[in-house]
Ligand binder design. Structure first.
Ligand code: KG4
Ligand code: ZN
Length: 327
C-alpha cells in the first residue's frame, strides 16, 4: 500500500477449513495457523508486488482487540522485522481498520470523490456490532453497541443450529435468496428502545425454540424461508438503529463495514434507504469488509503519516485501549 492508501496487493490466509469441524474458531488452532502462514504470506506479497524489504517505509500490525494467541504472532513478527530492517512500525486497533476501510482504493474500487469525515458507521462482524460517529482519524465516538451477541455471531449460531456449517453468515445469505423473508415473524431486538443499542439473544432463543418445534423434514422444506426471515430480523434491527443514529446526528454520510456488511440483503436495504433519505452511503467491496490486511495497513499509514510510531514494548491486547474511542 502506498502513502495515499492505494492498495497494490493483499494476501490472505483463510483458516475456515481448520475450524469448521469445531463449529467455531479454536484459539489454539488459530495461533498455530498464523505461525505457519505469516512469513510465507509476506514473502508471497512482496514477490507479487515486485517489492523488496528495502522498499518498505514502515510496518503495520493489528494488536487489539482479539485472540491474544493470534495477535501475538503478528505483533512479534512485525516488531522483529521492524528491528531487523530498522523501519518504524505501528500497532493499530482492528476495529479502526473496519471503520476506515471505505477509504481504501485499488484498481477496481474507490470511494466517491466527495466521501470524507464525518460519517456514521455501522460496524458489524463476528465479534462486534457497534454504531460509531466517526469524526476524523482517531476520533471515534461509540453511539451504541450490542448488549449480547454480535450480528455475525447471530448468523453463525443460527447456521449451526440448521446444520449449515461454519462460518454461517454467507450460507444464510445464499439460502435466503431463494426464501421468503416474510414467512416467519422473528422478533427484532430492542425495536422499541430509544437508544442505539442492539440485542440478538432474544432472536436466537426464539429461533432455537421455533426450530426445535419443527420436524427434521419441516426444517428441510422450510430452510430457505427460515434463513430469509431470520436474516430479515437482523437486517431490520441494524437498519432501524442506523437510521436512528443518522437522524439523531443529522448525518450526511453513512458507512457499513465489517464481515456482516458482506450480506447481500443488508447491502440492498442500505442502498435503498440511503437513496430515499438522500444521504451518501459507502459499503466497501466484500474483500475489504471481511477481515483483511489492507484496512489495517490504511490505518497504519495514516498514523505513520501523522508521525505516530509504536514502541518495541507494544504487545497484543484482548481489549481495545481506553484512548481508542472518545468519551
Ligand atoms: O469482520 P469479520 O470477517 O471477522 C471478525 O472480525 O469477526 O466478520 C466475520 C463475520 C462472521 O460472523 C460471518 O458469518 C459474517 O461476518 N459474514 C456474513 C456474511 N459474510 C460474512 N454474515 C452475513 N452475510 C454474509 N454474506
Ligand atoms: Zn473484523
Amino acid at each position: 500500500m502506498d502513502f495515499n492508501g492505494y492498495v497494490h496487493g493483499v494476501e490472505t490466509a483463510n483458516q475456515d477449513k481448520q475450524h469448521k469441524p469445531f463449529g467455531g474458531v479454536v484459539p489454539e488452532i488459530a495461533g498455530r495457523n498464523h505461525t505457519d502462514n505469516i512469513l510465507p504470506l509476506i514473502e508471497k506479497l512482496l514477490n507479487k508486488t515486485n517489492c523488496g524489504w528495502d522498499d518498505l517505509d514502515g510496518l503495520v500490525v493489528t494488536n487489539r482487540p482479539g485472540l491474544v494467541g493470534s495477535l501475538l504472532v503478528g505483533v512479534i513478527t512485525v516488531k522483529t522485522l521492524a528491528l531487523a530492517l530498522n523501519k518504524p512500525f505501528v500497532a493499530v486497533n482492528h476495529l479502526e481498520g473496519h471503520l476506515l476501510a471505505p477509504f481504501l482504493k485499488d484498481e477496481d474500487f474507490a470511494p466517491p470523490k466527495d466521501f470524507a469525515y464525518p460519517f456514521v458507521a455501522l460496524a458489524v462482524s463476528g465479534g462486534h456490532s457497534h454504531l460509531y460517529n466517526v469524526l476524523g482519524l482517531g476520533k471515534y465516538k461509540i453511539l451504541g453497541k450490542t448488549l449480547d451477541d454480535a450480528a455475525g455471531e447471530a448468523f453463525d449460531k443460527f447456521a449451526k443450529l440448521l446444520g449449515l456449517g461454519f462460518p454461517g453468515g454467507v450460507k444464510i445469505d445464499q439460502k435466503s435468496k431463494e426464501g421468503n423473508h416474510q414467512a416467519i415473524k422473528f422478533p427484532i431486538g430492542l425495536e422499541k428502545s430509544e437508544d442505539f443499542n442492539f440485542s440478538f439473544s432474544g432472536l436466537k432463543s426464539f429461533a432455537q425454540r421455533y426450530v426445535e418445534n419443527l420436524s427434521a423434514e419441516d426444517v428441510e422444506n422450510k430452510l430457505n424461508d427460515l434463513c430469509a426471515s431470520y436474516q430479515e430480523a437482523i437486517v431490520d434491527a441494524l437498519m432501524l438503529k442506523l437510521n436512528k443514529a443518522v437522524e439523531f446526528l443529522n448525518a450526511e454520510r453513512a458507512v457499513i463495514t465489517g464481515g456482516v456488511s458482506a450480506n447481500s440483503r443488508l447491502r440492498a436495504r442500505a442502498e435503498e434507504w440511503a437513496q430515499k433519505k438522500g444521504i451518501q452511503i459507502v459499503v466497501p467491496p466484500i474483500r475489504y469488509c471481511t477481515d483483511n490486511a489492507a484496512m489495517i495497513g490504511y490505518v497504519g499509514i495514516q498514523k505513520l503519516n501523522s508521525g505516530l510510531r509504536s514502541d518495541f514494548n507494544e504487545g497484543p491486547s484482548s481489549n481495545v485501549y481506553d484512548e481508542d474511542f472518545l468519551n
